[in-house]
Design a protein around this ligand. Sequence first.
Ligand SMILES: NC(=O)c1ccc[n+]([C@@H]2O[C@H](COP(=O)([O-])OP(=O)(O)OC[C@H]3O[C@@H](n4cnc5c(N)ncnc54)[C@H](O)[C@@H]3O)[C@@H](O)[C@H]2O)c1
Ligand SMILES: O=P(O)(O)OC[C@H](O)CO
Length: 314
Amino acid sequence: MSVAVIGAGAFGTALAVTLASKAPVTLWGREIDWAGTRENPRLPGVALPPALHVTDDLDQIRAETVLLALPAQVLGSFLTRNAGLLNGRNLVSCAKGIDLTTLTGPSALIASACPDSKVAVLTGPSFAADIARGLPTALTLACADGRAGHQLQHDLSTPTLRLYRTTDVTGAELGGALKNVIAIAAGAAIGAGYGDSARASVITRGFAEMTRLATALGARPETLTGLSGLGDLVLTCTSEQSRNFRYGLALGAGRDFAAGTTVEGAATARAAAALAPRLGVDLPVSQLVAGLAEGRVAMEHALDILLNRPLKEE
Ligand SMILES: NC(=O)c1ccc[n+]([C@@H]2O[C@H](COP(=O)([O-])OP(=O)(O)OC[C@H]3O[C@@H](n4cnc5c(N)ncnc54)[C@H](O)[C@@H]3O)[C@@H](O)[C@H]2O)c1
Ligand SMILES: O=P(O)(O)OC[C@H](O)CO
């Protein structure tokens, strides 16, 4: 097995660090002026192991399996530019989002750009810092090709990173994408001072919403109850390590949020809101988060919008 990681942000670097405990790994990033220090400022306090080679030269990516750890909204253009280099290899998406241009998940972007590749998705509850520090973590490896998924599950598991396998790529990647949207709403509820009971309602109704959208797009409902759905939803809605949750906190409290931070849920809320009428599904939380993120909805009206919806059966 040979593995490379594209995207030297926090997550790509963390995955490369844990995988380098098994075999040499090449990590590609476009801004790697930090490489000589053997510490990525996006992952402070983690020394890169000797088996991890960092480069900004894509020609050095020769591995048969390539993990794509770029933000969801830049993945499409990256694939278009580099399909010649990537097509035919096993390509594993590590991004959590829905592409705003195509309203599809990362796996469809990859399949379209690289038709000769086996496509997989690696997703689930995990903070980059936890993986890089060797804390125990369990993720979902989704691949429609069962045999390829089985191989990737073994190739990409490490002593501290335990992968479970599924063939439901749609369910796994939508769980990972949509939990970010709900985490923004949960953060906003806490930031606005609505309390933990309100957060529990957001998580529960948000989970119902995730399941509605994902199943309308072909996901298996049980996938949403797994690590990639409920597992990641719980983590992201309850931890201030999450950037989506912290962004929501700032929205709720009326505070500024650090520009340039990767907050996948904002664009994904807009994508989900655009999908809702096409699929005939009701996504009130996603629509609200899209409105908040775009500045169309003021936080002081957000609660009224949710509470004034018609009363209905659970
Ligand atoms: N950080 C985590 O804990 C974590 C955990 C699980 C999944 N993820 C997912 O991984 C993905 C990446 O997140 P991250 O935390 O690594 O983000 P990050 O903000 O730490 O890093 C993003 C990286 O992408 C690079 N980049 C941005 N635009 C680019 C482009 N056009 N071409 C090439 N490189 C580009 C940046 O230079 C940066 O290195 C996201 O979809 C995120 O949801 C992150
Ligand atoms: O920091 P966030 O909000 O992007 O969350 C990171 C991971 O997706 C948690 O599983």
